[in-house]
Design a protein. Structure first.
Ligand code: AMP
Ligand code: MN
Ligand code: MN
Length: 330
């Protein structure tokens, strides 16, 4: 999507928002900072305009993001469908990744807006604002709010910052642009407390996360050529350490950051027997989204994920072999 198309679709979305009153905002299962930040950011802007807004997430707000102002407005989906006219999916690469409960709760909506930055998004909305050039859905929401002249209450300001900061590795990844830093500067001018919000986001982990890191380090493996590193989290470790789903968020960066490593993979046994795979590439020539897509997953060229059938002993060799192939063909 180029800038012209981006502006055109924003105007279409603006027209839908103007013409309706009742909205449900949703994002992907096992939400990260961009998923929760984006729904709070747009949700509070719409509420400040007098709209009726429901904000739901299949798994609710993870403990690590409860500090965000407005996060109490994000609930798990109600049993019965909500009386809404418009459903807005944010940061969600495929419709099923919203979760069955959220899809049921939104089932009365007659218009679907799909706002995302995943290159693998198949455009499942009636209107699709999918811009893979943007480092975070939070940045797309910020640009939309600015372009349409919508209000930026404090909840929106802080949520945009956390969405963008977490999806850019604290404004570090190559996807970060001048516009991203300008967004940060604008939010600071609007009163954002940088030191506090970064401390809340990055320096406030439960002790068990460190115990998890120790357990992961015990499973660390690296290929003979040093290019592919991985580790794994067993369901038993989750039980032993009483882990929450978001405890592992970002830990893959530790193996990604090793000198010589070009691809990092994190395998996790889920309680339903499925395997969650997180993958990171440090090399623009190796597209982990393509590997994820082979197994029904998706994401971005340099950061992608899969949920696939277990057991780990079968899933892991399949994915590692696909990753080795991607490395070899490079
Ligand atoms: P993660 O490794 O979970 O941080 O995910 C990396 C990126 O891939 C994120 O942008 C996710 O939204 C996306 N992603 C993760 N798992 C999946 C999946 N099963 N299907 C599609 N996209 C995914
Ligand atoms: Mn996300
Ligand atoms: Mn995102």
């Amino acid at each position: 999507m180029d800038d012209q198309e981006f502006k055109k679709v924003i105007d279409e979305i603006g027209a839908v928002i103007s013409a309706h009153q009742r909205f449900v905002l949703m994002s992907h299962v096992r939400p990260d900072g961009d998923a929760i930040g984006s729904v709070i950011a747009l949700g509070f802007s719409l509420m400040a305009m007098g709209k009726t807004v429901f904000i739901i997430n299949e798994d609710g707000v993870p403990e690590s993001l409860e500090f965000l102002k407005g996060s109490e407005k994000v609930t798990t989906p109600p049993k019965d469908p909500l009386e809404v006219e418009v459903a807005i999916a944010l940061d969600t690469a495929t419709k099923p990744r919203l979760g069955d409960g959220s899809l049921h709760a939104a089932s009365k909506a007659k218009i679907w807006l799909n706002i995302d930055h995943h290159i693998s998004n198949p455009a499942y909305g009636d209107i699709n604002l999918i811009d893979a050039r943007k480092p975070a859905t939070g940045q797309i929401i910020y640009e939309l709010i600015k372009a349409l002249g919508y209000p930026i209450p404090d909840e929106t300001r802080d949520a945009v910052y956390v969405a963008v900061s977490t999806d850019t590795g604290s404004f570090q990844y190559g996807s970060t642009t001048a516009a991203t830093y300008e967004l940060g500067a604008d939010l600071i001018r609007r009163g954002l407390n940088v030191g506090k919000i970064n401390a809340d986001t990055y320096d406030n982990h439960p002790y068990r996360r460190l115990e998890l890191m120790r357990a992961l380090l015990n499973t660390l493996q690296i290929s003979d050529d040093g290019q592919l590193a991985c580790w794994e989290l067993l369901d038993q470790t989750r039980l032993d350490l009483n882990l929450q789903p978001d405890d592992s968020e970002g830990l893959i960066d530790m193996i990604r950051s090793v000198k010589g490593v070009r691809v990092a993979a994190f395998f996790e046994e889920l309680h339903d027997g499925k395997i969650r795979v997180s993958m990171r590439s440090k090399d623009s020539g190796i597209n982990v989204c393509n590997v994820a897509t082979e197994f029904g997953g998706g994401g971005h060229a340099l950061a992608a994920g899969i949920r696939m059938a277990g057991p780990l002993s079968e899933a892991k060799p399949k994915v590692l072999s696909a990753l080795k192939q991607a490395l070899a063909s490079q």
